[in-house]
Design a protein around this ligand. Structure first.
Ligand SMILES: *Cc1c(COP(=O)(O)O)cnc(C)c1O
Length: 432
């Protein structure tokens, strides 16, 4: 597979180059040159494939010869070797639970895949790599866990001070070893901007080999399509066509869903549900893209004003607004609506959702009001315990802390506090 920069198609890379550099030299996002359609032989086996086969058969098209077959099968499997169940709430609605991985977030899938790829490449050529990543909460924990102890890779994580939950903060500041947490006095967009600046800073680049682990990196973003494949294995023949509602921030999840659909997966329609950071729903409504600052919400993992993967979704639709409108329904919801949905879901289904999943549910509810002849699935992107404060406020009681996390909550936080890019640069210019 060849990857091309979306801002200059002459800049191409192999999977290995795209994964180890993260972003193209012109700051463009890498995108597959073409997306194959999976053949009859795949679909005739699909229903009964185990996760190992499934992961390998899907990912091999995107990795090519850069990783040998046995290793790739292991890597793809490790990314999805936990449950990804579709829980049916009633005859029309199901929830795809993506939080059964080690950090209780869907980001475990991409982070574990990517960490193992970089570990493999680093062992091959003996080169050290630094993973530089901005997180609004969940990415950091998943990346820290995925990369912990991977030799040859140092991880530097930027997060907005005071804007991640206590559990999330512990997940990224308490591990130590090859994981360094940088606490930024600013917003997630500020963190993301600093990361982008570091990537084009020649002084930094000559000191360290840098790559990203945000969904801008193809090795982090593409494996996310695997859980759509696992989900659709759970479709029943009596079901109406499936529509999937994706609570969206940087739109990596949704974009991976579209790639899965292009590969031939049977998803009738996608819904992009956002919080009050509604750049995309507003754009699809009005046809005018308006730049905004991000606003803080109760679903803070989606507080993104400039979704980096939107450009990939546009590319998948030939940058055609009408096409985008016919393939995506997009709605935004306020915090009040989110809290209300969490309560209603608990009352009606006895289901405890986190605020992001609740937004997915709201998107689905809105869509099904107009198009009832579907089976709707929304993604539950994090375990409610990761957002205890919000859940407790909505329901009046708190979710239980899973056993493994007790120890983490009592471990010591270690972070470096910074205000601006110059301070980040100082950290990055230190020898490893
Ligand atoms: C990252 C995240 C999202 C948003 O996913 P994107 O791929 O950035 O759109 C939604 N929910 C949770 C809990 C997340 O951590």
């Amino acid at each position: 597979m060849i990857y091309k920069s979306l801002s200059n198609p002459k800049l191409t890379a192999s999977f290995k180059e795209a994964a180890t550099t993260g972003i193209a030299p012109d700051r463009g996002l890498y995108f597959p040159d073409h997306i194959p359609v999976l053949g009859k032989s795949f679909w005739s086996e699909y229903a009964t494939m185990d996760k190992k086969e499934l992961g390998f058969e899907v990912m091999k098209h995107f990795v090519g010869n850069d990783i040998d077959n046995d290793t790739l099968a292991e890597i793809a499997f490790s990314a999805i070797d936990f449950d990804l169940p579709v829980i049916r709430l009633d005859d029309h609605i199901g929830v795809l639970e993506l939080f059964h991985g080690p950090t209780l977030a869907f980001k475990d899938v991409g982070a574990r895949f990517m960490a193992r790829c970089l570990g493999y490449f680093s062992a091959q050529n003996g080169e050290k790599t630094t993973v530089l990543v901005a997180t609004s909460g969940d990415t950091g924990g998943a990346v820290a866990d995925g990369f912990l102890g991977v030799s040859g890779v140092e991880v530097v994580i930027l997060y907005p001070s005071g804007k991640v939950s206590p559990l999330q903060e512990k997940q990224l500041t308490a591990l130590g070893q090859n994981i360094k947490a940088i606490e930024v006095l600013g917003s997630f967009d500020d963190c993301q901007e600093m990361v982008k600046t570091a990537f084009v800073d020649q002084q930094v680049r000559s000191t360290r080999k840098l790559t990203s682990a945000n969904s801008i990196n193809v090795a982090r973003w593409l494996p996310q399509m695997l859980y759509y494949f696992v989900a659709l294995q759970q479709k029943k023949s009596a079901d109406n066509p499936w529509v999937i509602s994706v609570p969206s921030g940087n739109f990596g999840n949704l974009c991976a869903g579209f790639v899965a659909q292009k590969l031939g997966l049977d998803v009738a329609h996608f819904i992009a549900a956002t919080n009050s950071n509604k750049t995309v729903p507003d754009y699809l409504n009005s046809g005018v893209w308006t730049d905004r600052k991000s606003v803080a919400t109760r679903s803070n993992a989606m507080d993104v004003a400039h979704p980096s993967n939107w450009i990939r979704i546009e590319a998948l639709h030939n940058n055609d607004l009408q096409k985008l409108r016919s393939h995506i329904s997009s709605f935004s919801f306020t915090d009040v609506q989110t809290m209300d949905a969490m309560q209603r879901m608990y009352d009606q289904y006895h289901y405890m959702a986190d605020p992001h999943g609740a937004i997915g549910y709201l998107g689905l509810e809105r869509y099904l009001q107009e198009k009832p002849n579907h089976f709707g699935v929304f993604l539950e992107t994090a375990h409610p315990i990761k957002f205890t404060e919000v859940v407790t406020e909505a329901l009046g009681f708190s979710p239980e802390l899973p056993d493994g996390l007790q120890r983490l909550m009592h471990s010591e936080k270690k972070s470096t506090v910074i205000k601006n890019y110059a301070e980040l640069k100082e950290v990055l210019m230190q020898k490893q």
